[in-house]
Ligand binder design. Structure first.
Ligand SMILES: [Mg+2]
Length: 163
């Protein structure tokens, strides 16, 4: 159980949702992100971002933009003592029928390979239907951020203690 995965959405979960975010200057951590990530790490979770970035496949922005936004977020998290362990994203459009676009399991499988672990004990956190569908597809507990049950990420540990 030393390397159970917390699979975390990016937009609307770790940072403020901006429609097709394409500017690192627009990255804002959500209230509760830093403390939530710290507490998840304390509980033995490996922190993995899994993000759909179909704006690339749709031609709205480049891979370099996604990487720049991710780097900005990770630097902010690092400065707060709560860096992610792995940042994964799917750049494909829905029409590409790839295996990595949530709710498909590709990014979760990639995280397992990266850390040479399984999904045992893992969980999914996100703010969208596709995140919850990912949890269903992976047969993992899914926690919906922004729901009455979980308005902020730093309230997740208390929720985990109840279950
Ligand atoms: Mg989201």
């Amino acid at each position: 159980m030393s390397s159970r995965l917390a699979l975390l959405d990016r937009d609307g979960t770790l940072i403020e949702h901006v429609h097709y975010l394409s500017d690192p200057a627009q990255v804002r951590l959500l209230p509760g992100t830093v403390e939530g990530l710290r507490q998840l790490r304390q509980r033995g979770y490996t922190l993995v971002m899994v993000s759909n970035q179909s704006g690339v496949g749709r031609g709205y922005f480049s891979i370099e933009i996604v990487e720049a936004v991710n780097l900005q977020m990770q630097q902010m998290l690092l400065a707060s003592g709560a860096p992610l362990d792995l940042l994964l994203y799917c750049p494909h459009s829905p029409q590409a029928n790839c295996g990595c676009r949530k709710p498909n399991p590709g990014m979760a499988e990639q995280a397992c390979r990266h850390f040479q672990t399984t999904l045992e004990g893992a969980l999914v956190v996100g703010d969208s239907d596709c995140d919850m569908d990912l949890a269903v597809n992976l047969k993992l507990p899914g926690y919906r951020l922004g729901s009455p049950q979980l308005p902020r990420l730093d309230l997740l540990p208390a929720l985990l203690d109840q279950t």
